[in-house]
Write a protein that binds this ligand. Structure first.
Ligand SMILES: *Cc1c(COP(=O)(O)O)cnc(C)c1O
Length: 508
């Protein structure tokens, strides 16, 4: 390890023209703090080179890494303990430690043989954008602190809203940490829209218990969101799904009738466009119809599947989404930007400010009188990082066409995976045009048993050759689940997954 004295010498050499300012309170020179946190110019340049080289070699070499690490909690904790905060190390050494830790101890979701949850290989422009955002440390609470960032995000909300069929001028939206926050935002917006008094008086102001509707296959973030809103999990009505795991609109209507008869207060219907487990798309137009006639807020959770709107021949899968009062869309799923990019969209221009606006004396007033809305008044976050830049720069370089190609290719790989599995005796048990494939082993008498499928999955994952998972469809059908989430996944990768599955089945 390079000692601190060594670093100081290097710093002094690099920092020939440093200003040494004496702090009048402490008498210390500012240089020490700078050395610790800003580093010297020479150190910084070396660090950027090291980081850039590590990023580039990861991008180039990830295909050759084993997809999943061995899991050994004691070993990993001991590794993390190796860095001692009472004896600081050199920047290059610290960064090397992190690079080794990440390379050796994570599931490589950017690997083309990661057939997992919706974790993509990040776009290169997205990586660059997040780096810039960290350096400029853009603050997106007040519009006036970062008008560029605020307007980039507003433009994206309108453009992406337009892809879903929203009218540009009436579209409002806000970037979120992810789909869970966007869904939580939807719940709060719908609640406020239906029961305006909740903003001041909370749920105590209501005469009847609010209830909302989602299919039994909807994302579990809603189960959390109802708790966070104070509604409680009893307020979600899980509506039966049909044989293809889509919400049954007739069952929805019946449940609404029953609830009204019992004196409850229905306020929201949630449709899912691309369920997490099986990629099922609820009949959005029919759900819009029911919501309309019942006077309920219609939210579509299109966290992953919403990207179908970017591909002309897939757009019709989402028919009816344009009637949604609000939409959740995750750019860190199928738009493949680095994590932390949910988007909440609504066609009610006042919904977000009605829900979130507060007046604070200390917030900047530089924009007073201008035609703007401060982002902190539209979000549950206050200080907020510039999430939209990674989407903006990725779109700027790939264009809609580039994204359409990437999404199209992944659906084609999903089709190839389905065909290959079927031709080798696996039985696909879900039906979706999206590249999520759920299947069991048609050649084994135990081939549809949960234990058997878990053993196959564990064998493939521990081989390090590919990553997939298991799921349970409709609450009762165990299945293996492989989802194409990577724009680089190709026919060889599909073949490798099926080979690994075939070997695991022979060994089972
Ligand atoms: C991923 C996902 C979510 C949750 O989004 P996060 O970004 O993980 O918070 C919600 N709904 C659906 C349908 C999803 O696929």
């Amino acid at each position: 390890m390079q000692d601190c004295a060594g670093r100081k010498k290097e710093y002094l050499l690099n920092q020939g023209c440093a200003r040494m300012v004496t702090d009048w309170r402490t008498g210390r020179i500012a240089m020490d703090e700078e050395r610790d946190l800003l580093l010297g110019p020479g150190e910084r340049e070396a660090l950027w080179r090291q980081v850039a080289a590590a990023v580039e070699s990861y991008v180039k070499e990830v295909d050759g890494l084993t997809v999943a690490p061995l899991l050994d909690p004691a070993a990993i904790r001991a590794l993390v303990e190796q860095v001692r905060f009472d004896s600081p190390i050199a920047p290059d050494e610290a960064v090397s430690f992190a690079i080794d830790g990440l390379r050796n101890h994570q599931v490589h979701t950017p690997h083309p043989r990661y057939f997992g949850l919706f974790n993509p290989a990040p776009t290169t422009m997205g990586i660059a954008a997040d780096t810039l955002v960290a350096a400029f440390n853009s603050q997106l609470a007040a519009w006036s602190h970062n008008p560029f960032a605020a307007e980039v995000e507003m433009r994206l909300a309108r453009e992406i809203g337009a892809k879903f069929g929203y009218e540009r001028a009436a579209t409002d939206g806000v970037f979120c940490s992810g789909g869970a926050e966007a869904n939580h935002t939807a719940l709060l917006s719908a609640l406020r829209h239906h029961f305006p008094r909740v903003s001041e008086d909370g749920l105590f102001a209501l005469d009847a218990r609010p209830v909302l509707y989602a299919s039994s296959e909807a994302h579990h973030s809603f189960a959390k969101a109802v708790r966070l809103c104070g509604l409680g999990s009893g307020s979600i009505r899980a509506i039966r799904a049909d044989a293809h795991l889509r919400m049954d609109p007739a069952a929805l209507e019946q449940q609404i009738d029953r609830d009204r008869a019992e004196g409850l207060a229905p306020f929201m219907v949630i449709g899912t466009a691309g369920t997490t487990s099986a990629g099922a798309i609820d009949p959005l137009a029919e759900l819009a119809e029911v919501s309309d006639s019942e006077g309920l807020w219609f939210h579509v959770d299109a966290a992953w599947g919403g990207a179908a709107a970017f591909v002309p021949e897939l757009r019709s899968l989402l028919a009816g989404i344009e009637r949604a009062d609000s939409i959740t869309f995750d750019a860190h799923k199928w738009l493949s930007v680095p994590m932390g990019a949910g988007l909440f969209l609504t066609r009610h221009p006042d919904a977000l400010t009605d829900t979130f606006a507060t007046a604070q004396s200390y917030m900047p007033r530089d924009a007073e009188g201008l035609d703007i809305v401060d982002p902190f008044n539209k979000s549950m976050q206050w200080s907020r990082r510039f999430i939209g830049l990674k989407v903006f720069l990725s779109l700027a370089v790939a264009g809609w066409e580039g994204y359409a190609r990437a999404i199209r290719r992944q659906t084609a790989m999903g089709d190839l995976l389905r065909e290959t599995l079927e031709s080798e005796g696996w039985r696909v048990v879900n039906r979706t045009p999206l590249p999520t494939v759920c299947f069991v082993d048609g050649r084994s008498t135990r081939g549809a048993e949960a234990d058997y499928l878990r053993a196959i999955c564990a064998a493939v994952v521990s081989s390090g050759r590919a990553w997939l998972s298991t799921t349970v469809l409709g609450g009762s059908t165990p299945a293996l689940r492989a989802c194409v989430t990577n724009y680089r996944t190709g026919p060889d990768d599909v073949r490798a997954l099926v080979d690994a599955l075939n070997e695991a089945r022979t060994a089972a």
